[in-house]
Design a protein around this ligand. Sequence first.
Ligand code: SF4
Length: 327
Amino acid sequence: MIMRNRFGWSLSRESIFDSCRKRYYFHYYLSWKGWKSGAPEISREAFLLKRLVSLPLWRGQLVHYIATKVLQSTRAKGRIPDQAKVLDYASLRFEKQYQFSLDRRYLDTPKKSGGRLNIDWLALFEHEYGLRITDRRLETAKSEVREGLRNLIQSGMLKRAARSDPSGWIIENIDISEFAQSFELDGVIIYVKTDFIFRDADGVLNIVDWKTFRKGKDEESADNGQLGVYGYYAASRMNEPFTNIRMTEVNLLDSASERSFRMDKELMERSKQIITEGVEKLSSVLVGADTGRNEPLPPEHFPPDPGPKCRFCNFNRVCPDSAASPG
Ligand code: SF4
């Protein structure tokens, strides 16, 4: 089977494009086929670098991964798993993944085999760039993973879900490590990554997004754009009347506090506009704006945007325009 670098829109893809076009080029085009032994050295390097995650990002990813496991267990057994067991499991994964990255085993171990994710595969930005992680930072990250999962187990959202009919639950299939949910809009694949969808006892379809940010510290904006896109997906792909869709962000590092809102006509229109404008923006750097062909314009169409963010850019060491050393 010939693999094609298929074009698809997602919020995360557009966000990389907005942060720096050169970074976008490294991530989505230069790295393509970089997993092949005969690929050009720069593509192999870009492929290695695109998969790095920073310590704070990994912390959030691990909470999401184990939250998925908690939901799978709740669905299979009809009850919320024991908190102590979940926290033990979290600590074990944390330590194994960290050691895997510290030993730089990501250099010679496939991330996936047989279509499934190696659950302890991790490549930390800090390890690849030789940056020191203090014991204190590591302990904080670990205790935040445990705190997030403790809050999940005790959350009203999980209890509500556990009382609902589990047959209709939609849980992110994190074991295959790719976007499992997508739909087509005007011939373009649109990827979404909902954490959890279930129907409440009142018949409302709930779209749940787990968040892991400290209030006031790394607070995220209260923009409804991301959840609006998820709501648009549920309305168009699942044929759910939009008036019956409720979106909720649950911040697991803030005692599982909730921020909910309902889909409405205005948000449906705005979400569609976010997607179509995003596709138009990303296709502006393709030959003939042809998303089917997905061939990038020459590199000069992907100018660098150097600044403080270069410190945290995965491609720092291959980018001649970087404005700062990593870290
Ligand atoms: S190092 Fe800076 S300029 Fe270079 S790709 Fe990254 S963000 Fe862009």
